[in-house]
Design a protein around this ligand. Structure first.
Ligand code: AMP
Length: 121
């Protein structure tokens, strides 16, 4: 699979400091910030700082250090953002996944019961 990264996507602009964000946690390779349209009391987005389009792109091409840092950041977030009672991670990819922003991101949602995984088709 070929992944073409668009450097004008909104999360790339956030990473370049061109538009603001509400940062929750930042590390060497990873940024976590509040979703602008939260769908639960806790709704945090976790993104790598590298130019990866989607989770499969990141998992295939990122360095070990980037992948480790991303996952450890998710763990730190889950200890600190108020999801002790449970949470859901979602990573939408491409058309069938209804991905709006073409920079890999993981949603962490929680703070209330989240219902079943998917609405019935
Ligand atoms: P998706 O690509 O469908 O997984 O979702 C993209 C997510 O990015 C949505 O939940 C949006 O609310 C969120 N979003 C879009 N623009 C911003 C922004 N400037 N700051 C924070 N979150 C954003």
């Amino acid at each position: 699979m070929r992944f073409d990264y668009d450097p004008e996507n909104i999360f790339a602009k956030i990473l370049r400091g061109e538009i603001p964000n509400k940062t929750v946690l930042e590390t060497e390779h990873t940024l976590a910030f509040e979703d602008i349209r939260p769908q639960a009391p806790v709704h945090v987005l976790v993104i790598p700082k590298g130019a990866y389009v989607s989770q499969d792109h990141f998992a295939r091409d990122a360095t070990d250090a980037e992948i480790l840092d991303f996952n450890r950041t998710v763990a730190k977030l889950c200890e600190t953002i108020g999801v002790e009672e449970g949470f859901r991670t979602i990573s939408n990819a491409r058309g069938h996944g209804v991905q709006e922003v073409p920079h890999f991101h993981m949603h962490i949602l929680g703070g209330r019961p989240l219902g079943r995984m998917l609405a019935p088709a």
